[in-house]
Design a protein around this ligand. Structure first.
Ligand code: FAD
Length: 510
């Protein structure tokens, strides 16, 4: 008999100390940290495996599962389902894996389409790497420095409490109140409590109006664009909780990590594991519709490179944004559809620049100047080894915004024309001729905005259609945009979908 899923659900993995981290950065008296993670650890331990892995024997591959979306959530779910003994097909609309974390080409180099860091405390992400077969010594751990660009046009260091105390334009009282606000946020245990008021009213209450206007508001705009007035305080709570995650998991200091080669390495490792272990991968195959099939199960209509086709499966997990899922699933009840369509999303326009010079030593420069059209400068090569991108400087200029922003429809050149004069203003010795290559990513729906009391109205993972499950940031009311929180959905989906039980046709669904 198949082992019940729960026996795998909260296995503990030993998270080794980062190979390049000094031991003084770790909790005293421990070289390793045991962190609970909802990912079943790799059966063959760390390291790339070269032999086929068949955990339960072919007779137990009784459930035909489809995963829609080949982002980190879809890839991780597909591998996990396969290792739990199911027949799995992963459908991805794009020609490559990775979704928001997919790699792309900028000029002659390949790196992530959006900037990504992994925190030392991101246990699920590290378990995901391990599951895909990535060795721990392929992860580089780095301490980064940040900057702060204020309305006075000066870039200052912003990496710790001393830099914070030196910020201009804020009184000492403002700063003390802001520090107190962060400590308070770190001590609050319940996200539900924070959902009852807007993030603006909570920050004004604890930090005061001048600190809100000068500091918090620009930072909220940087992450939420013009949607910030509708966000609940759960947003800042989740952000602060993530900042304090290292301490909670016993680490003295947080560090940032990346996999050598970026997400191209991660996606390639998944593709190899899929091939070796028998996950069917269908790239460039957008799903058109998922419908109840006569006689039970679900029919998936695809529009792949070879034309439309229909596949029959027992279970489908859709990992796209909620409004897209609503469109793909015509058999949902009207109320379910309305709920999915009403989830408000924050999108992004993000320019990647390859420069033949570095801008600064700061990985992340926060921008509080309201005129600058992008919301941060992310100099990736102040974090990753420039050798990863041919010795060049890789810089991202993100603007979190909404789907109706004209920049979503602007050409790359138009976006660069809007952004680059401001970058030159920030770094006066920068010359546009130093931009070797540039590309712009536009994603209208990146993550679900946590609005007031969002958790009370969020869509559920299970649906009224037997065997159909929907999972994504719309199911994470108390999270920030990051891979680790996204991966918390893996166990939730498996639990809700009861994937170690009988096929959908014989079960009662909500
Ligand atoms: C600018 C930026 C910076 C970030 N920085 C970090 C960071 O530093 N650290 C961190 O941990 N996280 C970071 N993240 C967040 C991280 O990228 C996401 O949490 C994660 O990638 C979400 O994965 P997902 O699989 O849930 O969704 P997605 O990646 O959106 O995957 C959904 C997939 O569904 C596919 N799809 C859509 N419609 C269809 C269809 N009809 N048929 C088939 N497939 C379809 C899409 O093509 C996509 O590949 C960042 C994100 C952004 C945008």
């Amino acid at each position: 008999m198949r082992a019940p899923l729960r026996t795998w659900a909260w296995c503990q993995i030993r998270v080794p100390s980062p190979t390049t981290a000094p031991s003084s950065t770790m909790a005293e008296g421990s070289a390793n940290h045991v962190i609970s993670t909802p990912f079943r650890s790799s059966p063959a331990g760390t390291g790339r495996r070269t032999v086929a892995y068949d955990p339960r024997g072919s007779e137990e591959r009784d459930m035909r599962c489809a995963v829609v979306g080949g982002g980190v959530l879809g890839m991780t779910l597909a591998l996990r389902l396969r290792r739990d003994g199911h027949d799995v097909t992963l459908y991805e609309a794009a020609p490559e894996l990775g979704g928001l974390a997919s790699p792309w080409r900028i000029g002659e180099v390949t790196w992530d389409r959006h900037y990504h860091v992994t925190l030392l405390s991101d246990a699920r992400t590290r378990a995901m790497y391990e599951a895909a077969g990535i060795l721990d010594d392929e992860i580089r751990w780095v301490e980064t420095k940040n900057g702060y660009y204020g309305p006075d046009g000066v870039i200052r260091p912003f990496s710790g409490p001393v830099d914070f105390l030196k910020l201009p334009g804020l009184s000492l009282l403002d700063k003390l109140r802001m520090g107190g606000t962060i400590v308070l946020g770190s001590r609050i245990r319940s996200g539900e409590r924070m959902e009852r008021r807007t993030v603006e009213s909570w920050l004004r209450r604890w930090s005061g109006p001048s600190a809100f206007e000068a500091f918090w508001k620009p930072l909220l705009r940087a992450k939420l664009g013009d949607t910030y007035p509708r966000a609940s305080a759960a947003f800042i709570w989740a952000t602060i909780q993530r900042l304090f995650a290292a301490r909670r998991s016993g680490l003295k200091k947080e560090m940032f990590g990346y996999v050598h080669g970026g997400y191209a390495t991660v996606c390639a490792a998944f593709a190899t594991a899929f091939e070796r272990e028998g996950v069917e991968l269908r790239l460039a195959t957008p799903i058109g519709a998922i419908r109840r099939a006569e006689g039970g199960g679900l029919d998936i209509t695809t529009a792949g490179p070879d034309g439309p086709a229909t596949d029959h499966v027992d279970r489908v997990v859709v990992t796209t944004a909620a409004p897209i899922a609503a469109r793909l699933c015509p058999d949902l009840l009207e109320g379910e559809r309305r709920r999915l369509e009403s989830v408000e999303y924050v999108g992004i326009v993000c320019a990647s620049l390859l420069l033949d010079r570095s801008l600064s030593e700061h990985y992340l420069t926060y921008i509080t100047d309201p005129e600058t059209p992008f919301t941060a400068v992310v100099e990736m090569t102040a974090f990753i080894d420039p050798a990863e991108v041919d010795g060049k400087a890789l810089v991202y200029l993100p603007k979190y915004t909404t789907a109706d922003d004209p920049l979503m429809r602007a050409s790359d050149d138009e976006v660069l024309d809007a952004f680059l004069p401001y970058l030159e203003r920030m770094y006066p010795d920068l010359d546009r001729a130093q931009v070797v290559a540039a590309r712009v990513s536009r994603v209208p729906k990146v993550f679900a905005l946590p609005t007031l009391r969002y958790s009370e109205t969020q869509p559920s993972i299970a649906t009224s259609v037997p065997g159909l499950y929907l999972a994504g940031s719309a199911n994470l009311p108390f999270a920030t945009l990051n891979v680790d929180d996204t991966l918390s959905l893996v166990d939730q989906v498996l639990e809700v979908a009861n994937l170690d039980a009988a096929p959908a046709t014989s079960r009662t669904e909500p």
